[in-house]
Design a protein around this ligand. Structure first.
Ligand SMILES: [Fe+2]
Length: 323
Protein backbone atom coordinates (compact mmCIF):
# COMPACT_ATOMS: atom_id res chain seq x y z
CA UNK A 1 0.00 0.00 0.00
CA UNK A 2 1.05 3.61 -0.43
CA UNK A 3 0.37 6.48 1.94
CA UNK A 4 -1.10 9.75 0.71
CA UNK A 5 0.29 13.19 1.36
CA UNK A 6 -2.03 15.78 2.91
CA UNK A 7 -2.23 19.39 1.79
CA UNK A 8 -0.88 22.06 4.12
CA UNK A 9 -3.58 22.64 6.73
CA UNK A 10 -2.60 26.12 7.87
CA UNK A 11 -2.53 29.36 5.87
CA UNK A 12 1.08 30.52 6.26
CA UNK A 13 0.36 34.18 5.47
CA UNK A 14 -2.00 34.45 8.46
CA UNK A 15 0.53 33.39 11.10
CA UNK A 16 2.00 35.94 13.48
CA UNK A 17 5.75 35.78 13.96
CA UNK A 18 6.20 32.65 11.81
CA UNK A 19 7.17 33.31 8.21
CA UNK A 20 5.69 31.55 5.18
CA UNK A 21 9.27 30.67 4.22
CA UNK A 22 9.66 28.59 7.40
CA UNK A 23 6.34 26.82 6.95
CA UNK A 24 7.04 26.12 3.27
CA UNK A 25 10.45 24.66 4.02
CA UNK A 26 9.02 22.63 6.90
CA UNK A 27 6.18 21.24 4.82
CA UNK A 28 8.22 20.53 1.72
CA UNK A 29 11.41 19.17 3.24
CA UNK A 30 10.47 17.61 6.56
CA UNK A 31 6.85 16.57 6.14
CA UNK A 32 7.54 15.69 2.50
CA UNK A 33 10.68 13.83 3.57
CA UNK A 34 8.72 11.72 6.05
CA UNK A 35 6.17 10.93 3.35
CA UNK A 36 8.86 9.86 0.88
CA UNK A 37 10.65 7.77 3.51
CA UNK A 38 7.45 6.07 4.58
CA UNK A 39 6.56 4.93 1.11
CA UNK A 40 10.11 3.74 0.46
CA UNK A 41 10.06 1.75 3.71
CA UNK A 42 6.64 0.30 2.87
CA UNK A 43 7.94 -0.84 -0.51
CA UNK A 44 10.97 -2.45 1.14
CA UNK A 45 8.77 -4.22 3.65
CA UNK A 46 6.42 -5.47 0.97
CA UNK A 47 9.35 -6.90 -0.99
CA UNK A 48 10.76 -8.66 2.05
CA UNK A 49 10.30 -12.35 2.78
CA UNK A 50 9.75 -12.34 6.57
CA UNK A 51 10.75 -16.00 6.76
CA UNK A 52 14.26 -15.39 5.43
CA UNK A 53 14.95 -11.70 6.14
CA UNK A 54 17.68 -11.11 8.74
CA UNK A 55 16.21 -10.13 12.11
CA UNK A 56 18.07 -6.81 12.22
CA UNK A 57 16.68 -5.81 8.83
CA UNK A 58 13.04 -6.36 9.72
CA UNK A 59 13.54 -4.73 13.08
CA UNK A 60 15.16 -1.62 11.59
CA UNK A 61 12.51 -1.33 8.89
CA UNK A 62 9.66 -1.53 11.40
CA UNK A 63 11.34 1.05 13.65
CA UNK A 64 11.87 3.36 10.67
CA UNK A 65 8.29 2.79 9.58
CA UNK A 66 6.97 3.78 13.02
CA UNK A 67 9.16 6.90 13.08
CA UNK A 68 8.02 7.96 9.61
CA UNK A 69 4.35 7.26 10.41
CA UNK A 70 4.60 9.35 13.59
CA UNK A 71 6.37 12.12 11.70
CA UNK A 72 3.68 12.17 9.01
CA UNK A 73 0.76 12.11 11.46
CA UNK A 74 2.22 14.61 13.90
CA UNK A 75 3.32 17.09 11.23
CA UNK A 76 -0.26 17.07 9.93
CA UNK A 77 -1.60 17.87 13.41
CA UNK A 78 1.15 20.47 13.87
CA UNK A 79 0.22 22.42 10.75
CA UNK A 80 -3.47 22.01 11.58
CA UNK A 81 -2.81 23.43 15.07
CA UNK A 82 -1.80 26.81 13.66
CA UNK A 83 -3.89 29.62 12.22
CA UNK A 84 -5.65 31.66 14.88
CA UNK A 85 -4.73 33.82 17.85
CA UNK A 86 -4.35 31.12 20.51
CA UNK A 87 -6.58 32.97 22.92
CA UNK A 88 -10.22 32.09 22.34
CA UNK A 89 -10.75 28.53 23.55
CA UNK A 90 -14.25 27.24 22.66
CA UNK A 91 -16.29 26.59 25.84
CA UNK A 92 -16.44 22.81 25.43
CA UNK A 93 -12.67 22.66 24.97
CA UNK A 94 -12.07 25.04 27.86
CA UNK A 95 -14.30 22.92 30.11
CA UNK A 96 -12.43 19.78 29.10
CA UNK A 97 -9.05 21.39 29.85
CA UNK A 98 -10.34 22.66 33.19
CA UNK A 99 -11.74 19.20 34.04
CA UNK A 100 -8.47 17.40 33.34
CA UNK A 101 -5.87 20.03 34.30
CA UNK A 102 -7.63 22.27 36.80
CA UNK A 103 -7.95 25.26 34.46
CA UNK A 104 -7.01 26.36 30.96
CA UNK A 105 -4.21 28.41 32.45
CA UNK A 106 -2.89 25.41 34.37
CA UNK A 107 -2.96 23.35 31.18
CA UNK A 108 -1.12 26.10 29.31
CA UNK A 109 1.59 26.39 31.96
CA UNK A 110 2.14 22.63 31.97
CA UNK A 111 2.27 22.41 28.17
CA UNK A 112 4.73 25.32 27.87
CA UNK A 113 6.87 24.03 30.74
CA UNK A 114 7.01 20.62 29.08
CA UNK A 115 8.08 22.22 25.78
CA UNK A 116 10.73 24.32 27.52
CA UNK A 117 11.97 21.27 29.38
CA UNK A 118 13.22 19.82 26.11
CA UNK A 119 15.80 22.63 26.25
CA UNK A 120 16.49 22.63 22.54
CA UNK A 121 16.45 18.86 22.15
CA UNK A 122 14.31 17.58 19.29
CA UNK A 123 10.92 16.07 19.96
CA UNK A 124 7.18 16.55 19.97
CA UNK A 125 5.01 18.07 22.66
CA UNK A 126 1.43 16.94 22.42
CA UNK A 127 -1.99 17.45 23.88
CA UNK A 128 -3.86 14.22 23.36
CA UNK A 129 -7.09 12.45 24.21
CA UNK A 130 -6.67 9.10 25.92
CA UNK A 131 -9.82 6.98 25.36
CA UNK A 132 -8.68 4.35 27.84
CA UNK A 133 -8.64 6.91 30.66
CA UNK A 134 -11.31 9.22 29.21
CA UNK A 135 -9.12 12.27 29.71
CA UNK A 136 -6.80 14.75 28.05
CA UNK A 137 -3.08 14.36 28.59
CA UNK A 138 0.05 16.40 27.83
CA UNK A 139 2.95 14.26 26.79
CA UNK A 140 6.11 14.46 24.77
CA UNK A 141 8.07 12.24 22.47
CA UNK A 142 11.77 12.93 22.97
CA UNK A 143 15.05 11.25 23.90
CA UNK A 144 13.93 8.09 22.12
CA UNK A 145 10.75 7.85 24.23
CA UNK A 146 7.65 6.41 22.68
CA UNK A 147 4.29 7.95 21.94
CA UNK A 148 1.64 7.16 24.53
CA UNK A 149 -0.18 4.19 22.97
CA UNK A 150 -3.73 5.07 22.05
CA UNK A 151 -3.41 8.81 22.75
CA UNK A 152 -5.09 10.72 19.93
CA UNK A 153 -3.13 13.92 19.15
CA UNK A 154 -5.22 17.09 19.23
CA UNK A 155 -2.48 19.70 19.37
CA UNK A 156 1.12 19.14 18.30
CA UNK A 157 4.17 21.31 18.85
CA UNK A 158 7.16 20.37 16.72
CA UNK A 159 10.33 20.87 18.75
CA UNK A 160 12.76 19.76 16.06
CA UNK A 161 15.17 22.53 15.13
CA UNK A 162 13.93 22.52 11.54
CA UNK A 163 10.56 23.76 12.88
CA UNK A 164 11.96 27.09 14.09
CA UNK A 165 15.61 27.65 13.26
CA UNK A 166 14.98 29.74 10.13
CA UNK A 167 12.94 32.32 12.08
CA UNK A 168 14.12 31.95 15.65
CA UNK A 169 17.69 30.67 15.46
CA UNK A 170 18.39 28.73 18.64
CA UNK A 171 15.72 30.63 20.59
CA UNK A 172 13.32 27.77 21.27
CA UNK A 173 11.66 29.67 24.13
CA UNK A 174 10.55 32.45 21.77
CA UNK A 175 9.35 29.87 19.22
CA UNK A 176 7.24 28.11 21.86
CA UNK A 177 5.63 31.40 22.92
CA UNK A 178 4.92 32.27 19.28
CA UNK A 179 3.38 28.85 18.67
CA UNK A 180 1.05 29.40 21.63
CA UNK A 181 -0.06 32.72 20.11
CA UNK A 182 -0.99 31.03 16.83
CA UNK A 183 -3.03 28.06 18.07
CA UNK A 184 -6.26 27.51 16.18
CA UNK A 185 -8.47 26.37 19.06
CA UNK A 186 -11.50 25.85 16.85
CA UNK A 187 -9.55 23.23 14.93
CA UNK A 188 -8.30 21.64 18.17
CA UNK A 189 -11.87 21.54 19.41
CA UNK A 190 -12.98 19.81 16.20
CA UNK A 191 -10.37 17.10 16.71
CA UNK A 192 -11.42 16.80 20.35
CA UNK A 193 -15.03 16.21 19.31
CA UNK A 194 -13.90 13.46 16.95
CA UNK A 195 -11.56 11.92 19.51
CA UNK A 196 -14.10 11.65 22.33
CA UNK A 197 -16.22 9.50 20.00
CA UNK A 198 -13.51 6.83 20.05
CA UNK A 199 -14.45 4.01 22.37
CA UNK A 200 -11.96 2.80 24.98
CA UNK A 201 -10.77 -0.79 24.65
CA UNK A 202 -13.59 -3.23 25.37
CA UNK A 203 -13.70 -4.44 28.94
CA UNK A 204 -13.61 -8.12 29.79
CA UNK A 205 -17.03 -9.63 29.11
CA UNK A 206 -18.10 -12.77 30.90
CA UNK A 207 -21.17 -13.73 28.97
CA UNK A 208 -22.14 -16.45 31.39
CA UNK A 209 -22.22 -13.91 34.23
CA UNK A 210 -23.16 -10.84 32.21
CA UNK A 211 -25.83 -9.62 34.62
CA UNK A 212 -23.91 -10.31 37.78
CA UNK A 213 -22.96 -7.10 39.62
CA UNK A 214 -19.24 -6.59 40.10
CA UNK A 215 -17.01 -4.16 41.88
CA UNK A 216 -13.48 -3.10 40.96
CA UNK A 217 -10.52 -3.53 43.27
CA UNK A 218 -10.18 0.26 43.41
CA UNK A 219 -13.79 0.54 44.56
CA UNK A 220 -13.22 -2.09 47.23
CA UNK A 221 -10.13 -0.26 48.42
CA UNK A 222 -12.11 3.01 48.55
CA UNK A 223 -14.84 1.29 50.60
CA UNK A 224 -12.26 0.00 53.05
CA UNK A 225 -10.49 3.36 53.26
CA UNK A 226 -13.82 5.07 53.94
CA UNK A 227 -14.68 2.55 56.64
CA UNK A 228 -17.74 1.26 54.79
CA UNK A 229 -18.87 -1.95 56.48
CA UNK A 230 -18.34 -4.69 53.91
CA UNK A 231 -18.00 -8.45 54.20
CA UNK A 232 -15.14 -9.60 52.00
CA UNK A 233 -14.93 -13.29 51.22
CA UNK A 234 -11.99 -14.98 49.52
CA UNK A 235 -13.53 -18.00 47.77
CA UNK A 236 -10.46 -19.24 45.96
CA UNK A 237 -10.30 -23.02 45.80
CA UNK A 238 -8.25 -24.22 48.76
CA UNK A 239 -5.45 -25.61 46.57
CA UNK A 240 -4.73 -22.14 45.17
CA UNK A 241 -3.28 -21.11 48.53
CA UNK A 242 -0.33 -23.39 47.87
CA UNK A 243 0.47 -21.39 44.74
CA UNK A 244 -0.16 -18.02 46.32
CA UNK A 245 0.34 -18.18 50.08
CA UNK A 246 -1.10 -14.76 50.83
CA UNK A 247 -4.60 -13.35 50.83
CA UNK A 248 -6.34 -10.02 50.97
CA UNK A 249 -5.93 -8.60 54.47
CA UNK A 250 -9.58 -7.61 54.93
CA UNK A 251 -10.92 -10.93 53.64
CA UNK A 252 -11.87 -14.20 55.26
CA UNK A 253 -11.45 -17.41 53.30
CA UNK A 254 -14.42 -19.65 52.73
CA UNK A 255 -14.56 -22.87 50.77
CA UNK A 256 -16.31 -22.22 47.44
CA UNK A 257 -17.68 -25.76 47.48
CA UNK A 258 -19.55 -25.11 50.74
CA UNK A 259 -21.28 -21.78 50.08
CA UNK A 260 -24.61 -23.13 51.30
CA UNK A 261 -23.01 -24.12 54.60
CA UNK A 262 -21.29 -20.83 55.48
CA UNK A 263 -23.54 -18.23 53.95
CA UNK A 264 -25.75 -18.09 57.05
CA UNK A 265 -22.80 -16.54 58.96
CA UNK A 266 -23.11 -13.44 56.77
CA UNK A 267 -25.23 -10.39 57.42
CA UNK A 268 -27.90 -9.57 54.88
CA UNK A 269 -27.80 -5.89 55.72
CA UNK A 270 -24.14 -5.30 54.82
CA UNK A 271 -22.75 -5.70 51.32
CA UNK A 272 -20.74 -8.80 50.47
CA UNK A 273 -17.78 -8.81 48.10
CA UNK A 274 -16.48 -12.20 46.99
CA UNK A 275 -13.59 -13.06 44.75
CA UNK A 276 -11.56 -15.95 43.44
CA UNK A 277 -8.13 -16.16 41.82
CA UNK A 278 -8.71 -14.09 38.68
CA UNK A 279 -12.35 -13.08 39.00
CA UNK A 280 -13.82 -15.72 36.75
CA UNK A 281 -16.15 -18.62 37.43
CA UNK A 282 -15.54 -19.61 41.04
CA UNK A 283 -16.16 -16.17 42.51
CA UNK A 284 -19.04 -15.51 40.16
CA UNK A 285 -20.72 -18.79 41.07
CA UNK A 286 -20.40 -18.04 44.78
CA UNK A 287 -21.87 -14.56 44.25
CA UNK A 288 -24.70 -16.05 42.20
CA UNK A 289 -25.54 -18.41 45.06
CA UNK A 290 -25.36 -15.61 47.63
CA UNK A 291 -27.60 -13.30 45.61
CA UNK A 292 -30.11 -16.10 45.12
CA UNK A 293 -30.24 -16.41 48.89
CA UNK A 294 -30.93 -12.70 49.29
CA UNK A 295 -27.46 -11.30 50.03
CA UNK A 296 -26.28 -8.00 48.56
CA UNK A 297 -23.27 -9.70 46.97
CA UNK A 298 -20.95 -8.62 44.17
CA UNK A 299 -17.82 -10.21 42.79
CA UNK A 300 -14.53 -8.38 42.73
CA UNK A 301 -13.38 -8.07 39.12
CA UNK A 302 -9.87 -9.38 38.58
CA UNK A 303 -9.96 -11.33 41.84
CA UNK A 304 -6.99 -11.98 44.13
CA UNK A 305 -4.39 -11.01 41.54
CA UNK A 306 -6.02 -7.67 40.68
CA UNK A 307 -5.94 -6.85 44.40
CA UNK A 308 -2.25 -7.80 44.48
CA UNK A 309 -1.61 -5.81 41.31
CA UNK A 310 -2.78 -2.58 42.98
CA UNK A 311 -0.61 -3.47 45.97
CA UNK A 312 -3.62 -3.87 48.22
CA UNK A 313 -2.70 -5.06 51.74
CA UNK A 314 -2.36 -8.81 52.18
CA UNK A 315 -1.73 -11.27 54.99
CA UNK A 316 -0.62 -14.87 55.15
CA UNK A 317 -3.29 -17.24 53.90
CA UNK A 318 -5.43 -18.60 56.69
CA UNK A 319 -8.16 -21.12 56.17
CA UNK A 320 -10.99 -20.25 58.52
CA UNK A 321 -13.23 -23.19 57.81
CA UNK A 322 -12.23 -26.83 57.93
CA UNK A 323 -11.31 -28.42 54.67
FE1 LIG B 1 8.92 19.08 11.72
Amino acid sequence: MTYQIAPLFCRPWTLLGITPRLIESHYENNYGGAFTRLNAISAELAALDPATAPAHVIRRLKQDEAAALNSLALHEVYFASLGADGRVVPPVMADALARDFGSVDRWRREFVALANSLDGDPGWVLLGWLPRAGRLINHCICDGSQAVAGAIPLLALDMYEHAYHLDFGANAVSYIATFMRNIDWRAVHGRYEDAVGVQPPRPLVQEQFGDLPSVTVAEVQAMLDAGVPVQIIDVRPRHSSSRSPDMMQAAVWRDPDRVEEWMSELSKTEPVVAFCVYGFHVGCQAVTALRKAGYDARYMAGGHFAWKAIKGPVKLFEATTPA
